[in-house]
Design a protein around this ligand. Structure first.
Ligand code: PHE
Length: 433
């Protein structure tokens, strides 16, 4: 059977941006920008993207396109041994617990439709609602299942008709909803305070810790280290420029994060609430704020729909490496591979749906250990195993400028692996600043 490929370069870009834009852009980036020096942090973040996020993204897409195969075979054929299997397992585990949290979002979207997110005026009532809902096994497992069902339905149809077509509708829709949320936010009282919190440059808040945070985030947000970008790259045609395709991905991811930051914190500041991050921002602070906001019903509805779309396009990308592996290495039909992977991720996600502690632990282990290792393997395979000069011939076939060659070989061989190790040691508490 002929291997599938993207129909167009823009289709690939939509799918990859869909993968990159996820919960981290929405519940993490806005907060870390505000807390770590606003525009000063954004400047540092862009530099971090340049030296860690972007080169690792390019490395993974290159590995995929060169080998035209799933991460297991791809890495094995470039001298990475069995590391690809571990990377596929990472994506699979991520998809299991990501679907649980995305299920909460779907559940909150339904709550928003029912008008239940605009009656939480009393202090603590939004937090109570959240804890009651997630403590209900039926609610948590049920929405985990429903969310997984949507993903399976898209993935079932294949790369072009499933992933590419779905993301080419979803991403523009997501962007338009986000613009609507930004405009709404900017018209609220105290919008200037939110913009000041987010963007006024404060160099004194830019601590070494903030720089490590920027490094780590620039890496995770681009969905590297878990086989996703290797697999998406494997469906890319040889004629498409990799740096030219990866640049818009990194820029769109950053732009959407910045817009989400404006959309969220203008709403939070409009009623004088405190900025927060993570699940408490989405499921506690925002519903409380929506309850005080004129037009809060629609703001809540559109907001949770926006987050749902972002999570959906990330989740399908986390599942695809495992599906490609089952099809190419184990001889499964696409349908059987999708059902096996979807069913397996659903079952593996159940402990996370039933226990917040379990969810926290597995999330920490995967994002602090397995994902950095996966990214590290990708750049080291490119820089040292395949060899930076062979990789560069493939990457810049028209003999790009010597500056580009220097930049990529510096990153692949030294800078990116070193920075990943730094992030890794810091996340494990071995390196403290
Ligand atoms: N890039 C996603 C985010 O920012 C992370 C992710 C990708 C998670 C793929 C799951 C699957 O949230």
């Amino acid at each position: 059977m002929e291997r599938e490929s993207w129909q167009s370069r823009i289709g690939f870009i939509f799918a990859a941006v869909g993968s990159a834009v996820g919960l981290a852009n929405i519940w993490k980036f806005p907060y870390i920008v505000g807390k770590n020096g606003g525009a000063a942090f954004i400047a540092v973040y862009l530099i971090c993207l340049l030296f860690i996020g972007f080169p690792v993204l390019v490395a993974e897409i290159l590995i995929g396109r060169k080998t035209k195969s799933n991460p297991s075979r791809a890495l094995a054929s470039l001298g990475g041994g069995k590391a690809g299997l571990c990377i596929i397992a990472t994506g699979f585990i991520v998809s299991s617990f990501y679907s649980v949290v995305a299920g909460w979002i779907l559940g909150y979207f339904i709550e928003a439709c029912l008008g239940n997110l605009t009656t939480l005026k009393a202090q603590g009532s939004a937090a109570n609602l959240f804890h009651t809902l997630v403590a209900s096994p039926l609610w948590a497992v049920g929405f985990h299942f429903l969310f997984m069902f949507f993903c399976v339905a898209i993935l079932f149809r294949g790369v072009r008709k499933g992933i590419e077509r779905a993301t080419s509708y979803i991403m523009p829709l997501l962007f338009f909803i986000l613009i609507g949320l930004v405009i709404n936010g900017l018209m609220l009282p105290n919008a200037d305070k939110a913009l000041q919190f987010l963007f006024s440059p404060n160099w004194s808040q830019l601590t070494p810790m903030a720089i490590i945070t920027a490094l780590g985030h620039s890496f995770f947000t681009l969905s590297v280290g878990q086989g996703t970008m290797i697999t998406y790259g494997s469906y890319l045609s040889d004629d498409d420029s990799i740096p030219g395709s990866c640049l818009p991905i990194a820029l769109a991811d950053t732009l959407i994060s910045l817009l989400a930051a404006v959309a969220i914190f203008t709403v939070v500041f409009s009623v004088g609430a405190q900025p927060t991050e993570g699940p408490s921002l989405l499921f506690e602070t925002l519903p409380h704020v929506f309850s005080h906001l004129p037009g809060g019903y629609f703001a809540a509805l559109f907001f949770f729909f926006f987050v749902f779309l972002a999570a959906l396009t990330s989740e399908i990308s986390a599942m695809e490496p495992c599906i490609a592996y089952l099809v190419e290495e184990r001889g499964f039909s696409r349908g059987k591979a999708v059902l096996t992977c979807g069913g397996g991720a659903f079952v593996l996600g159940i402990p996370s749906a039933l226990s917040l502690l379990f969810l926290d632990r597995i999330d920490f282990f995967v994002t602090s250990v397995m994902i950095p290792l996966g990214g590290f393997v990708a750049v080291v395979v490119i820089g040292w195993r395949w060899g930076a000069s062979s990789a560069l011939r493939e990457l810049l076939p028209e003999k790009g400028s010597p500056l580009f060659s220097f930049y990529f070989s510096l990153c692949f061989k030294y800078l990116s692996p070193l920075l990943i190790v730094l992030v890794f040691l810091h996340a494990l508490g071995i390196l403290s600043l």
